[in-house]
Design a protein around this ligand. Structure first.
Ligand code: SF4
Length: 523
């Protein structure tokens, strides 16, 4: 009996549910027949707590601790399916209510999320049984460091943190840097509103990230890694701590890994929640004990990162793909996705969408497939108005782009960006000026204040958009927003400021009439 132990389901009493299932199995004398296994997030957060019962993989949702008695007495003891706990909207033609037939899961292709909702993240044996650490073993025993870098490069994997830089090229730059020691860092400082991709990977499959970092250490010649993770992710932090200790005990971290003479270890560094610390130079400053402020580049971290030494920095999702790329080969990965954006991408679905949750699909999947087929459409039969991609750094796209196959380049071409993968859906009742103001308020609040265009510019931008939403705007304000937005984008020091005007500029581009309505109608 698999029970989701991710943050979403935990907040809906899944820990209590697991205990009740244990108690009922014992009471009924079935504790030798069935076991209760906590897993990471299944992704269907809307319907938590989620329970999946093997071997048929029957999918029960919104299960309460009080349901444990019936599950054990009927399903486990007699093999009966409990209708009232099944997903209410099975796809047409489905004869069984298994997780595999569910409309939410069926169209997905899971690489980075492959173990989330499948294994117990606090048990290294579960990870090993699912092929875990085979990538590290292969890299250490049959590949040279240069071959590992080459494999990652040929896979076409691009950094999943937002910028989409080719991961293999970053690995190659760091490997070629002459200075030592070198470091491997994982950016787990996920901060976009509505985004929880990295949190779910860390909660559901922490060993995949550790394994990838060890592979990276071997590839670039580093002995030490750091995971910079938000302190607001207590479950992820706890599971990382457990996983690091288990990997050390199993000889998969530390000295002489797998008897090959390669040494690599990982420590955690907790971030205090500043959004700007997701920017790479600010993050590295924070890890090394300095104030978490960005600095200008070059030099890039590949040459001068932690303590001025060559440092490889990737985010959680990027690393989660690495073990599979090493095990299955670059060609396997490059076969997925589009010409210039290989592989799969995780998206978190939030806002006005029926199936709130976490999904992974091949790059190039259309927004329509994601929002309507997997996401179940808009609640209450309302009309779709826009989707914000890329979090506060991204832009709002209207219905005319629903059939855009999404990848890094196609989203930029229509004025938005991939970002880390947050998708927030708006319906016909949402005011796009209010939405733009919300994101701007967020970035303005999170501006570190180091450079003037961002510190002062975002404040002025926020003042203008606020007076528009209060019915006090003037027609000239639209030009002011555009001019100032472009200046901030051009002149800010780091990505936070450079992208802060995006929600304003994209809504001005596609929903200008809503700004004009506020100004003309004085509302
Ligand atoms: Fe700080 Fe904003 Fe300048 Fe980045 S752009 S350094 S967040 S003030």
């Amino acid at each position: 009996i698999l029970v989701c132990a991710g943050t979403g389901c935990t907040s809906s009493r899944s820990a209590e549910l697991r205990q009740s299932l244990h108690n009922e199995l014992t009471r009924c004398g079935l504790d030798k027949e069935a076991d209760v296994v906590p897993t990471g997030c299944f992704g269907f957060c809307e319907l938590g707590p989620v329970v999946v019962i093997h071997p048929e993989r029957v999918f029960y949702c919104q299960v309460a601790p009080d349901d444990a008695k019936e599950i054990v007495e009927r399903h486990i003891a007699k093999g009966e399916i409990i209708e009232r706990l099944l997903y209410k909207h099975p796809p047409e033609g489905a004869t069984r209510n298994t997780i595999d037939e569910n409309e939410f899961f069926h169209p997905q292709h899971r690489v980075a999320l492959r173990n989330c909702g499948v294994i117990n993240p606090e048990d290294i044996d579960d990870y090993l049984a699912s092929g875990g650490y085979a990538g590290l073993a292969k890299a250490l025993t049959v590949m040279t460091p240069a071959q590992v870098v080459d494999e990652v490069t040929r896979s076409g994997l691009r950094g999943r943190g937002g910028a989409g830089f080719l991961a293999g090229r970053k690995w190659a730059f760091t490997a070629a840097a002459p200075d030592t020691p070198k470091y491997v860092v994982c950016n787990a400082d996920e901060g976009d509103p509505g985004a929880f991709m990295d949190r779910s990977i860390l909660e559901g499959d922490p060993h995949a990230v550790l394994e990838a970092m060890a592979i990276a250490g071997y590839a670039i010649g580093a002995r030490q890694g750091y995971v910079y993770v938000r302190a607001e992710y207590p479950i992820a932090v706890h599971r990382l701590e457990v996983a690091i200790e288990q990997a050390r005990q199993a000889g998969l971290l530390g000295e002489d890994i797998l008897g090959t003479g390669f040494a690599f270890d990982i420590e955690l560094r907790l971030g205090a929640g500043a959004f700007v610390c997701g920017e790479e130079t600010a993050l590295l400053n924070s890890v090394s004990g300095k104030r978490g402020e960005p600095r200008s580049r070059p030099p890039y971290p590949a040459l001068s990162g932690l303590w001025g030494k060559p440092t490889l920095l990737n985010n959680v999702e990027t690393y989660a793909n690495i073990p599979q790329i090493i095990v299955n080969g670059a060609a396997w990965y490059a076969n997925l996705g589009t010409e210039r954006s290989k592989g799969t991408k995780i998206f978190s679905l939030a806002g006005k969408i029926n199936n709130t949750g976490l999904i992974e699909v091949p790059m190039g999947t259309t927004l329509r497939t994601i929002i309507y087929d997997i996401g179940g459409g808009i609640p209450g039969g309302k009309a779709f108005k826009a989707v914000q991609t890329g979090g506060p750094s991204g832009g709002c796209l209207p219905a005319q782009y629903l059939d855009t196959p999404i990848d890094y380049d196609s989203l930029i071409a229509v004025g938005s960006m991939m970002g880390s993968g947050g998708l927030i859906v708006m319906d016909e009742s949402d005011c796009m000026v209010d939405i733009a103001r919300f994101y701007l308020e967020f970035t303005q609040d999170e501006s570190c204040g180091k450079c003037t265009p961002c510190r002062i510019g975002t404040r002025r931008l926020l003042e203008i958009i606020t007076r528009i939403t209060e019915g006090k705007g003037e027609p000239e304000d639209l030009e002011r927003l555009e001019d100032l937005g472009r200046d901030i984008r051009e002149a800010s020091l780091c990505g936070l400021g450079q992208t802060a005007p995006n929600p304003v500029l994209s809504t001005l581009r596609y929903f200008r009439h809503e700004y004009e309505a506020h100004i003309n109608d004085k509302r």
